[in-house]
Design a binder for this molecule. Structure first.
Ligand SMILES: [Zn+2]
Length: 521
């Protein structure tokens, strides 16, 4: 395990508050950040907002306010929502931050020094939804497929270009030598296709605007999107002011992004870094999108799930768990409201919640809350222990690969095994028969499984995991961000936490059942 880990989300496209599908990206990255911290790595987690969008300028004009005023309010709302969802970022970067402005200018200057920037005329169909010119192949029915309600605009202007075409061979070599630079493979294949088509230079400035970072040596231009937005990953590591921090945190271990921006992160970004003489990040990981009843969620489609509604129904931890479990991070997937309710009730309220609840309740009832030391057990106990070890091994593989749904599937397998163990060992019968020693061992083994489960779900349901450990009498050794405890490897071993006798707490349901709404999706 490396002793430091630097991960980022994409910086988000500005809006008054985050929709659930933006939080989906942040929740996955947060689960990874927490997992790395719990594993003992000094972890830095960067997220934030891409503020220099034409949309901000337009909206501010409509509202008769300054773009900076408008974006200050939006950024505050996003940050508050991230805090509410327990997103444990180390910095919420804003592209209007002064150090970021210096970083972007420095990146343009380095590209200039490398001879990679020239002035040219650009023309083409432009989508104001994602701020990019569209190639013929990207246009469907004369529209941008991602923004079908917006008219494409024909734009022609003189601006500065980055010589991406000069990096064709170096990028081919990058993917030949290190294919996992872009994961997962199904998105990499798309990137490889673009690379084979041949790289085109891209425009990096816009003339005439006032909202954006002034282009170095030419204040009639503003830096356009890429040298502004992508550079945030460097700023967040200390570039260009803090050489010591930068040496510690760069290169990033993983950029977590949405699948719609692989072109920029997997082709533009490495070329920009090569041009600047900066080491490449170790990996770009693209996640799929969540759809609702088969439709991509977007404001223009009007089917955005309000994160507050989700919290009202499932709680913060319940929502975090559901989106990570229901929708495979690497592929994306569909959800329906009744599907979420059923899953919440089956997996959290019933399987995991009941397991913990009955373990703690029976310990209170039968043992006056005094749990004996974990003893080398009977065959059934050893079987449960072996399942725990197998599940933990699978969990680590899944977490390292950002397969969060698989990590949680492994968690549920251990939960089911422990519930099965409870049924077969029947502590209530042992109680009636007066088999006190065996009763203590069975409850100790159930509690030990719950303790391990608590650590496994902690990256997803940090608050409930803390409550779970409190009830078991094994308070979590981590701080609220998952840092500071002994490394996870120790805690996930059978008997690795608190094998000795201890007093358990009061049993309080961790995940109260949710009723199915009368009208469901
Ligand atoms: Zn678009």
């Amino acid at each position: 395990m490396a002793d430091r880990f630097y991960l980022t989300t994409a910086i988000f496209y500005p809006s008054p508050s985050p929709p659930l599908h933006s939080l989906y990206e942040a929740i996955g990255a947060d689960a990874l950040a927490r997992y790395r911290r719990m594993s003992g790595a000094d972890t830095r987690f960067l997220t934030g907002m891409d503020e220099h969008s034409a949309q901000v300028e337009r909206q501010a004009a409509e509202l008769r306010t300054a773009p900076q005023e408008l974006i200050n309010g939006w950024a505050a709302a996003w940050r508050a929502a991230f805090d509410r969802f327990s997103i444990s970022y180390d910095r919420f970067i804003r592209t209007t931050d002064a150090d970021h402005v210096r970083a972007s200018v420095e990146m343009v200057r380095r590209a200039m020094a490398s001879g990679d920037i020239y002035k040219g005329t650009y023309s083409g169909w432009y989508c104001i939804g994602d701020n990019e010119f569209k190639t013929d192949a990207q246009i469907v029915d004369r529209r941008c497929p991602d923004h079908p309600t917006l008219e494409l605009q024909w734009l022609e202007e003189e601006n500065y270009f980055f010589r991406l075409s000069a990096y064709q061979e170096r990028l081919e070599a990058l993917y030949r030598d290190n294919p996992s630079f872009c994961e997962p493979e199904h998105f990499r294949r798309e990137v490889m296709g673009w690379l084979r088509e041949g790289l085109r230079d891209f425009s990096i400035s816009r003339a005439g605007g006032t909202w954006g970072i002034p282009f170095p040596d030419d204040p009639t231009h503003r830096i356009y999107v890429w040298f502004d937005a992508l550079t945030n990953y460097l700023t967040g590591a200390g570039f260009p002011d803090d050489a010591e921090a930068f040496a510690r945190w760069w290169p990033a271990d993983v950029h977590v992004i949405g699948m719609n921006i692989t072109r920029f992160h997997c082709l533009y970004w490495p070329a920009m870094l090569m041009s600047a003489g900066i080491e490449l990040p170790k990996q770009v990981f693209a996640h799929g999108f969540m759809t609702l009843r088969g439709e991509k969620m977007s404001k223009t489609r009007g089917n955005v799930v309000d994160p507050e509604d989700a919290i009202a129904q499932f709680g913060v931890d319940g929502t975090r768990y559901l989106v990570m479990r229901e929708i495979p991070y690497d592929r994306g997937g569909d959800m329906t409201e009744d599907g979420l309710v059923r899953r919440y009730n089956a997996e959290l309220a019933h399987d995991l919640g009941n397991l913990v609840n009955r373990t703690v309740s029976m310990t209170a009832r039968y043992l006056a809350s005094e749990l004996p030391a974990l003893a080398p057990g009977a065959a059934a106990d050893q079987e449960l222990q072996a399942t725990a070890a197998a599940v933990v091994a699978r969990y680590h593989v899944a977490m390292s690969g950002l397969h969060f749904d698989e990590a949680l599937a492994a968690v549920l397998e251990l939960t089911a095994a422990a519930n099965g163990y409870a049924e077969s060992q029947a502590p209530w019968t042992l109680e009636k028969r007066g088999e006190a020693e065996r009763l203590g061992q069975v409850l100790a083994a159930m509690a030990e499984t719950c303790r391990i489960l608590g650590h496994l779900v902690a990256p997803f349901t940090p608050t409930a995991a803390r409550a779970l450990h409190q009830q078991l009498g094994t308070p979590a050794p981590y701080d609220e961000r998952g840092a500071g405890g002994p490394a996870l490897a120790t805690l996930l071993a059978w008997g690795g936490g608190a094998p000795g006798p201890r007093t358990t707490g009061a049993a309080v349901p961790l995940f109260p059942r949710v009723e199915l709404p009368e009208t469901v999706g």
